[in-house]
Design a protein around this ligand. Structure first.
Ligand SMILES: CC(C)(COP(=O)(O)OP(=O)(O)OC[C@H]1O[C@@H](n2cnc3c(N)ncnc32)[C@H](O)[C@@H]1OP(=O)(O)O)[C@@H](O)C(=O)NCCC(=O)NCCS
Length: 176
């Protein structure tokens, strides 16, 4: 008799990886890889962001975050989350955009900014991308976005003109 086989569901690449812990005034924040079962918490996090933050992160209005999160999960993105007491408060993700290169985005809940968490998310994601064999990262940001430009410089990025007048392209080479 033929056995029916269900295709295995692919787990997210960084699921189970714990990068670091940081003490902030509100408790212990864990920086870890995201798993499939974070889906609802990821959607809840993105839906909690104010419109200005959504614009800073995505440069346009986003109406359907469940599709976006599903594209990360099904697209094999490398996703790192910052979690406090089981609640996601920040996300950095890298999605393959051309061979061996990935486009990166990062966003942190407003009330947790300015404590080094954005830097921790980006450096953890950068390390994971290097281990995964990704050669280079690109991110787009508005040219006056001081926090992300500071993080970029700290990670050795090159800042170039972006595809639109108020955007810059941030490029990080991960090859030695
Ligand atoms: C970008 C973002 C993730 C940074 O998170 P964060 O936790 O506040 O960043 P950090 O605390 O690690 O600080 C990073 C740097 O910015 C500086 N910084 C933080 N907040 C700042 C502010 N309001 N004004 C000026 N500088 C600031 C810090 O001093 C630090 O610089 P340093 O390394 O030279 O000391 C956060 O601002 C955010 O979510 N912004 C909205 C989304 C976005 O813009 N994403 C980028 C496009 S993909």
């Amino acid at each position: 008799m033929l056995e029916s086989s269900t295709p295995a569901v692919r787990e997210m690449p960084l699921c189970g990886v714990k990068f670091r812990e940081l003490h902030v005034d509100k408790g212990l924040v864990v920086i870890r890889g995201a798993c499939r079962d974070d889906r609802d918490r990821l959607i809840k996090f993105y839906e909690s962001l104010d419109s200005e933050t959504v614009y800073e992160r995505f440069y346009h209005v986003v109406k359907d975050f469940s599709s976006y999160v599903d594209s990360l999960i099904e697209g094999g993105a490398l996703v790192v989350v910052a979690e406090l007491n089981g609640v996601i408060i920040g996300v950095a993700e890298a999605m393959a955009c051309r061979e061996d290169y990935a486009e990166v985005g990062v966003v942190l809940a407003r009330e947790f900014r300015g404590r080094g968490l954005g830097t921790a998310l980006c450096s953890s994601l950068g390390s994971a991308c290097r281990v995964a064999g990704i050669k280079g990262l690109v991110a787009y940001a508005r040219r006056y976005n001081v926090p992300v430009l500071n993080i970029a410089r700290r990670l050795g990025a090159t800042i170039k003109r972006g595809p639109e007048p108020d955007l810059v392209a941030i490029e990080v080479c991960l090859e030695d």
